[in-house]
Design a protein around this ligand. Structure first.
Ligand code: FAD
Length: 288
């Protein structure tokens, strides 16, 4: 199924993100993750795309196929273009066609310091425009409630987001955030600028103080006082931090659903236990 179809019923879409096992990992870990996540009946599962490569038989594309064929769940394959030429993308389009991939989260990817990016696709919007001409895939894109770190202002970032939507992104998934008011403010601005496609809120459960410091440095999400107090009090107690992080994420989701967001995209970090705890505590809210 193509992702935009899922939003037609008007119910809050609930989706998960997973990542492929690393090169030195085991394929079994993918099955363990998917066994744990699939009976939570997400509307779709997205699979990230890493520059470092993956285990043979467990690429982003292959896992997206496993999700569809073995778990009967809609999937979306992430794809970055910063280090790709047109010839690379032509090959990937062909592989996607042969594998029956229907949905792609088209991304630029991060620019690696010291690595000269390829110049065929400077932005995700260029990738979407090109792939749209050469396939009938459905495209989603990333958006940033607190602005992408390379943009000077949120308004500039949303103007660029409009270019991505006009190029063919039919659905957007947001960067993680911990302050719902930042998401609502972004949503209002995006709608005012004529972005009408469904926008899912990206929620990352903070269950480990070190992990969260790393994420914040990478994406620049602001931390509400309520959240910093949790880390200060429970950061050194793994069980308490896990429980508090799960409760905080569930609380965010309930508030977002009550405010009528199009969907929630849960960054599962391949941890079915945490996804289950959160899903169970919001399931009636999401369904209603
Ligand atoms: P773009 O949309 O190209 O935006 C990058 C910057 O350029 C922004 O400042 C934007 O305002 C500006 N810009 C955009 N379009 C234009 C334009 N046409 N003209 C001028 N300026 C423009 N990374 C991975 O490596 N693998 C993944 O699987 C992955 N999954 C992700 C999933 C989500 C939901 C999100 C939010 C991010 C993900 N990322 C992933 C990270 C992402 O690759 C980085 O945030 C990257 O720096 C930007 O990618 P983008 O597609 O948003 O880029």
């Amino acid at each position: 199924m193509k992702i935009p179809e899922l939003f037609k019923s008007g119910k809050t879409v609930f989706s998960f993100e997973i990542f492929p096992p690393k090169k030195d990992g085991s394929i079994d870990t993918v099955y363990k993750t998917l066994d744990g996540l699939s009976d939570l009946k997400p509307d779709f599962i997205s699979v990230t795309y890493g520059a470092g490569g993956s285990l043979p038989g467990a690429s982003t594309r292959e896992i997206a196929c496993i999700i569809r064929e073995k778990y009967h769940t809609t999937s979306i394959a992430h794809l970055t273009c910063v280090n790709s030429t047109k010839a690379d993308i032509d090959r990937i389009i062909e592989e996607f066609k042969q594998s029956g991939i229907e949905n792609v989260l088209a991304l630029r990817g991060d620019i690696t310091p010291g690595v000269e990016p390829k110049h065929d696709f400077p932005h995700a919007s260029d990738l979407i425009a090109y792939m749209k001409q050469h396939s009938d895939l459905s495209f989603s894109g990333a958006c940033y409630p607190e602005s992408h770190t390379e943009s000077r202002t949120i308004d500039e970032d949303i103007d660029n987001l409009k270019i991505k939507v006009d190029a063919g992104a039919e659905h957007l998934i947001s960067q993680l955030f911990f302050d719902n008011s930042a998401f609502y403010s972004f949503l209002e601005k995006a709608r005012a600028k004529g972005i009408t496609v469904p926008i899912e809120a990206g929620i990352m459960p903070c269950v480990n103080a070190k992990q969260i410091q790393r994420m914040i440095t990478l994406c620049g999400a602001s931390l509400p006082l309520k959240f910093t107090k949790l880390i200060a009090k429970y950061g050194d107690n793994p069980e308490a931090m896990r429980d508090a992080g799960i409760a905080y994420a569930a609380d965010q989701i309930i508030d977002l659903a009550a405010n009528g967001v199009d969907g929630i995209h849960l960054y599962t970090m391949n941890n079915p236990y945490i996804a289950r705890k959160i899903s169970e505590s919001v399931s009636n809210v999401i369904k209603s």
